[in-house]
Design a protein around this ligand. Structure first.
Ligand code: FE
Length: 202
């Protein structure tokens, strides 16, 4: 699969670290404030966008159809704009198929709907093993997928980003769209968890 990163500088991580240490050294930023900002985008703001998209798809079949046909234009209906030229593909979990998202070469991630990727998503073991042994990786996340369920792994690139549309949990029929969104976790939208009525820490 084409993995085109030509729009990035040669080593963006190194440049960011150099910039950060310079800013901290000059007393222009507080490293704790930076950590808090990153944490916010990784855990709070980012994934809440995706959760609203999922909840809307659960309650509005016409929106779901549009979302599965063209993820990028459907999320823009909710005010989430994809930047640049990447396409957003939404992969729907069903009783017979579970979807899992990875970027085997680096850390491509659907950031308009999920924010910043978690550290484990960028780690070498996840990136290599998600493709070779997805069932084993999911088991380590505490997710047992039955042998009768197909696991489909989506390898992201700078041009194609993937969002998992999890199954709506049984027993959630009476919940409002906002209440449903509150159940949807970041990991459920990467495919390393399911959505449950109890929600989860992930
Ligand atoms: Fe990547």
């Amino acid at each position: 699969m084409d993995h085109d990163h030509q729009e990035l500088p040669s080593d963006p991580a190194l440049r960011v670290m150099a910039l950060e240490s310079l800013l901290v050294e000059k007393g222009l930023v507080d490293p704790a404030a930076l950590d808090a900002l990153i944490d916010t985008y990784e855990h709070k703001i980012g994934p809440r966008n995706g959760a609203r998209v999922v909840a809307r798809a659960w309650v509005d079949p016409e929106f779901k159809k549009r979302l599965l046909a063209d993820g990028g234009s459907a999320i823009s209906e909710l005010g989430y704009a994809s930047q640049g030229r990447e396409h957003l593909v939404v992969a729907e979990n069903t009783p017979g198929r579970h979807n899992l998202v990875v970027c085997t070469l680096c850390s491509c991630y659907p950031w308009p709907v999920l924010g910043l990727p978690p550290v484990w998503y960028k780690s070498a073991p996840y990136r290599s093993r998600a493709v070779i042994d997805p069932r084993g990786v999911l088991r380590e996340f505490g997710l047992e997928i039955g042998e009768d369920v197909e696991i489909r792994v989506w390898d992201s690139t700078s041009e194609m980003r993937y969002l998992v549309l999890p199954e709506r949990p049984a027993g959630s029929e009476g919940l409002s769209e906002d209440e449903l969104a509150a159940l949807v976790t970041r990991d459920a939208m990467i495919g390393t968890a399911k959505v449950t009525l109890a929600g989860s820490a992930r």
